[in-house]
Design a protein around this ligand. Sequence first.
Ligand SMILES: Nc1ncnc2c1ncn2[C@@H]1O[C@H](COP(=O)(O)OP(=O)(O)OP(=O)(O)O)[C@@H](O)[C@H]1O
Length: 886
Amino acid sequence: MSRILDIYQHLKELKEETVTAVEVGEQLNIDRSTASRYLNDLVKRNKVLKIPGKPVRYAVKSSNSSDSEQMDLIGSEEALRPILETGMAAFSYPSRPLPILFTGETGTGKSYLAEKLSHLAIEQSDILDDNAFISFNCADYAQNPELLIGQIFGIKKGAFTGADEDKKGLVDMAHKGILFLDEIHRLPPSGQEMLFYLMDKGIFHRLGDATKERTADIAIIGATTENPNEVLLPTLLRRFSIKLNIPPLRERTYREREKLIDYFLREEAAKMSVTLSIEKDCREAFLTYDCPGNIGQLKSDIQIACAHAYYRYLNNENKSVVIKLEDFLSYNENDMENKKEKVSLDINHVSEGTSTDFPNIYQHFDSTSKNSKESTPMLEKVVMDYISELNQKYRHLQNQRQSWNQLIDKDLFNALQYAGEELKESFGFSIPKSQLFVLGLHLQNFRNHLRNDIKKVPIPVMIHPNATCRQAANQIAYYLNEQIRMKLPPEEIELITHFITPENYTVDTIVNDQRIAVLLVMHGKSTASSMAEVVNYLLGNHVIHAVDMPLHITAEETYEQVKTRIHQLRTEMENIESVLLLVDIGSLITMGDTIKNDVDLPLKTIPSVNLPMVMEAGRQSLVSEQTLDGIYENAREAMLKFAKEEEESKYVQKKRLIATVCFTGEGAAQLLEDWIKKQLSHSDKDVLIRSVRVDPSTNDTSVLHELQDYYEVIAIIGTVPVSIEGIPYIPAWELLQEEGVSRMHRLLEITRKSLATSMESNEVEREEIYHLIIGGLQEIITYGNPKSIANILQASIPPICEYYHWDTGRELGMWMHIGGLVDRLIANRVQSNSDKLMFSFPVDDQEITITDKEKTLWEPFYEKLEQKFHLTVPDHIKTELVKLSR
Ligand SMILES: Nc1ncnc2c1ncn2[C@@H]1O[C@H](COP(=O)(O)OP(=O)(O)OP(=O)(O)O)[C@@H](O)[C@H]1O
């Protein structure tokens, strides 16, 4: 163990008693010079007093919590030092602490560091209140974003069904203190906007209360395991002036890992109140094993090993608690399986005893009921903390059968597995093994609680908002009763609902005999994956694969992701022969042409997807004799049929509208209205801009709500912050920056109905197509002159378009496709002196007959191309173009 900590601990135990280096050496069985060296180290660190004399004597300095905060923070002298220093600097910033964002892998200690840092800062600050550190994990409410925002900002009575009273938020409670938001990326965009507004202005609104402005003066610390550039709004990210990355365990020094191990062992020893030792090979194993869950996993692995060793000790197998290699379950599990007889660890020793801190909700309610009654929000928090603690600590053990056999009764685990299989079979949703494992841990706690005949303390009833989850929980309860006569009371059933999250309903079996991979690519953070989830669920098979295109991702990045995904699918699904891309709008429509050569598989794209089309494509892809062309046609038909039905039912699409707001509705709002109008492109000609007055004293937004009845309000832009659920607000000043403008354009792009429908054919003049195409070609063309190519297209395409009856969207797509193709032909001509051509054009072996009429239509076009660019258009490309055109 770490000698210096040993000595410090020893001196603390002696309290005010003084000792010499020789005495310390004797008491702790270390040599005198080492003792003296470490004592002097502690003096330098201001933790121990040196009393001059002969011999020199030492005593611990009177306890100072900031010292102990730092002593508990292993690494504060090494890897964490610069992080801690920058963090402290953020807190000493004049007038208001700077917001801090911690990033890092799971278990690296972000929450721990946030807490330690906050306590240090509170101690040294005159501004921050002594007890005002509030830590909140946004993941606990991730299933219900509304409730999540409500927890943070407070809820006005009536904000949603079930909100029976006004409720303070954490922001109110953390006034003059620090609010730590763990897993901050779980906040939905509207919540992120509310947060950055609070960080900017110190102003916030409770959920459902747009009128009353409240103030809070708080320091914000956020943490996320994700890449913040991908999951946080740029506006929020920018407000975190200090961004600190916590290094993973594998990047920490050996010495630091050693200190962590010693520290955790010491903590466990203190809990057991016995002498604890560890065998050398086991210690070595802890020092060297792969530990992907970082410090969090190291700690829980050590706790579990200690629990095993303690159990042996209780059974008198050992005189003291000695941790052996076999107690370390995550290590070399296979070898151990054969070596040792299974230790049947009764969970009672783990959960109800005092030996470890295995989370146990019943203990909590037993002890609180004896004292005082907790408020409902507190109880909710306890339940959520409990679930998330079980998840974090033990989820990684899910693959180690040995571990769960020792933590969960066999009959219970078997019954749960049976319930899982039945649920999948009869209801079509599968609960992942990790969920079952964590649920098993909880039910084991429940069972022990009954076994121990402890007076029953009811747990609070918290209704889960998702009906499917509740149905699943009821089914599980039914199977448990049926299989092992385990009867769960109603509040227990409600509780276990919270262990099952809706994301877990994905059907996760990949269909292996599918020959056509169907890939859905759409704008939006999870539009494609949500639609795929619904279709896969309805079809009962994982046939649609999704790639999401969040707002911050560029088209090129998406292309790369799609390519990678197709390669992955080829390895996962050995029978794949072709790919059908289903896309929504914009650049995704021509993506197939761009990536076709790289994926080396026949590929077709259908744009402007809707649900019936995705359903049909998924269904058809399961038909073994179906071809790519067949599925393409059928899916298109399904889409058109749907569109026709929509038309027939006189469905009126609401017009898009951007509201500009200011105090008077005539000043800034009017200016913004004019400016935005000028920014609108051809494809956004349908968008209306309306300036609206929002009186800041009443914050009356009723006009905006009324507008929503008649228009699809896609954004509110202005000088008075307005929070209306579901509509993004862009502060006017943000439009002065590139990011704000691009946000507005992305909002316009994603709300466009589709290239085809937003521009009805007679709305776009030929002249406009020409300009649009020049703009588009400039983006993709590298070798030719976009204008020259567009000139040839303009002269030759109209009769071709008329012959094939292309609508405007299709025509634009073809212009772009041919433009790109010509550019690649030019590139090959430029390179024709070298042995290798830059682009190859795969030959599609499906033969077609080109009619004479088609020949006469296309030949003038080829002639012009060949003359202008001195190239030859190969025959197979001519065939390909005719195929595409039909
Ligand atoms: N520097 C440290 N010194 C001592 N203990 C630490 C240190 N860092 C982390 N720990 C311990 O490791 C455990 C995991 O740390 P923590 O929960 O802070 O990680 P995290 O990065 O927030 O993980 P996640 O992202 O999964 O929430 C904590 O319970 C804490 O006890």
